[in-house]
Design a protein around this ligand. Structure first.
Ligand code: SF4
Ligand code: SF4
Length: 276
């Protein structure tokens, strides 16, 4: 069972929802927001395992190369160029697809591994927690997200995706049984929620909405969800106390009132999802 939490835009409280929900549900937590992972600040797991994430990049043997440039023509990412009678690799553009080595007529291309980031795995009490982190300046988060998602099995898993609707979000959403769209009752929140709704609808993933920082139970998000027949599975109030807990790196469920809100969200989820 994979439940992915996403938000149209950053700063809506996606990680707050993900971490608190994982803790109350006793579900595995995976932070796939690999450009800016911050779930571990709240869950504080003891790290048990860390490993590098690599992608294979081509290495050209100059003695075998006959300068045919077939590899340059084949690379759809423009990662190879022929400069001063030599093949040059722009490694940040290379997706590690291996097409260049397959096309090379003289087997001049071998592969070497390039580190693009790391994954960490640990336990927060009994909760299994994973996170990935992309090295600064690296453009491709996909291989890290794929590696993290290999941990998913029949146990319920909460995936904290990147904000927005980029390919990293799509990668996190793939194979999801349910998506939770976190938003806030502002014009920007509504604008970005609409994009997220289009994305999950295109991917045929059932979904519901959680409204965060709601200061009124009648707002533009409620109106939109009613018009679009979208289920609102939770409303978290705008509160100074929540902001204080967040700034101290604490989970909201340490407070009974907020714990009850998350219990209600789980009840709503139970009505939405057919649990395997
Ligand atoms: S591995 Fe793929 S992306 Fe990288 S240089 Fe070769 S063809 Fe281009
Ligand atoms: S395909 Fe092989 S032989 Fe041709 S230019 Fe590339 S590395 Fe050299």
């Amino acid at each position: 069972m994979q439940i992915t939490i996403l938000s149209g835009k950053g700063g809506t409280g996606k990680t707050t929802i993900s971490t608190n929900l994982a803790k109350v549900m006793k579900a595995r937590y995976i932070d796939c927001d690999v450009e800016e992972p911050n779930g571990f600040i709240f869950l504080k797991p003891d790290i048990e395992e860390s490993s590098d994430v690599f992608i294979p990049v081509p290495k050209v043997d100059k003695d075998k190369c006959i300068s045919c440039k077939k590899c340059v023509d084949r690379c759809q990412f423009n990662a190879l160029a022929f400069v001063n009678k030599e093949i040059v690799l722009f490694e940040k553009l290379c997706h590690g697809c291996g097409a260049c080595s397959l096309i090379c007529p003289t087997d001049a291309i071998s592969e070497e591994q390039r580190i693009i980031g790391k994954t960490h795995k640990g336990k927060s009490d009994d909760l299994e927690c994973l996170m990935g982190i992309l090295n600064i300046g690296e453009p491709m988060a996909g291989p890290i997200i794929s590696k993290l998602k290999k941990a998913i099995d029949e146990k319920t898993t909460i995936i904290d995706s990147a904000p927005g609707s980029s390919c990293n979000v799509v990668k996190a959403l793939i194979d999801s049984d349910y998506a939770i769209l976190v938003t806030e009752p502002t014009a920007f929140g509504l604008h970005d929620l609409k994009i997220a709704v289009e994305l999950v609808r295109n991917m045929n993933i059932p979904f519901g909405v959680i409204i965060n920082r709601a200061d009124d139970y009648e707002n533009i998000i409620v109106d939109y969800c009613m018009d679009e027949n979208i289920k609102i599975i939770g409303i978290i109030p705008f509160s100074k106390q929540i902001a204080q807990l967040y700034s101290q790196g604490k989970l909201l469920i340490e407070n009974n009132e907020y714990r009850n809100i998350f219990k209600k969200i789980i009840k709503e989820l139970e009505g939405e999802i057919i649990w395997s």
